[in-house]
Design a protein around this ligand. Structure first.
Ligand code: ADP
Ligand code: MG
Length: 208
């Protein structure tokens, strides 16, 4: 089962949600998962290597990949259809090499925030994805939501994005998100994100 986490916009929480999803699947649900880090900045791989020095056994592997190495890596990992492959995508979508990655996805998680610039990038991402892969399920996760967010804006944005996929419950902007590692989700965050991942993954994994 291949899940890609993407949006053109940087800073919306792609890498954060990728790690949280892997932690949820492996630590909370004891489900096998691997992160493929395709972000050019390789932020998850760096986090993973640092944490490995301090912790014991890692709950899952994090593998950096380029557009060239992806097809072979995918073939190896996807041999077990139960194995959850989570791909942290780069922010830039202008590379044709991304087409096979989009095409291989069963599920697409698109984090976004309720501001004008993020909205444009989010719609663009959804349009490109739909064009390349009309079959993948697309879910939108509102992230870093502040208490001051305007209710009307949220309603309008949700109405537009619902044309492409389902909108998940929103995740608040919280300082404890800085403490997430590839080995551990802080206990204060787990109850906030678990219902979101339960809703996202139940239809694709254990309920099948
Ligand atoms: N819900 C949240 N609350 C607070 N900070 C968050 C939240 N989600 C992500 N962040 C922070 O926002 C920054 C950007 O997130 P990141 O996952 O790196 O975005 P992207 O991969 O889309 O560029 C990081 O410092 C991350 O810790
Ligand atoms: Mg990132």
């Amino acid at each position: 089962m291949i899940t890609i986490i993407g949006n053109q916009k940087g800073g919306v929480g792609k890498s954060t949600l990728t790690v949280l999803a892997a932690n949820y699947l492996t630590i909370a649900m004891e489900w096998p998962a691997t992160i493929i880090d395709m972000d050019y900045q390789q932020s998850i791989s760096q986090k993973f290597e640092k944490a490995k020095v301090l912790e014991n056994e890692e709950p899952y592997q994090v593998t950096p990949a380029t557009l060239d190495s992806y097809p072979i890596l995918k073939n190896v990992l996807a041999r077990d259809p139960k194995h959850a492959i989570l791909i942290d995508l780069p922010g830039k979508l202008d590379d044709d090499g991304l087409i096979p990655v989009f095409l291989s996805a069963d599920l697409v998680i698109c984090p976004f925030a309720y501001d004008e610039f993020t909205f444009e990038s989010t719609v663009l991402f959804a349009v490109v994805l739909r064009k390349v892969n009309p079959k993948a399920e697309l879910v939108f996760v509102p992230n870093r939501i502040k208490a001051t967010a305007k209710f009307e804006t949220m309603g309008e944005v949700n109405a537009q994005l619902s044309k492409f996929g389902r909108i998940m419950p929103a995740i608040a902007d919280r300082v404890d998100f800085q403490r997430i590692t590839t080995f551990y989700t802080p206990v204060s965050i787990a109850p906030v994100v678990q219902p979101v991942f339960e809703e996202i993954f139940s239809a694709h994994l254990w309920n099948k």
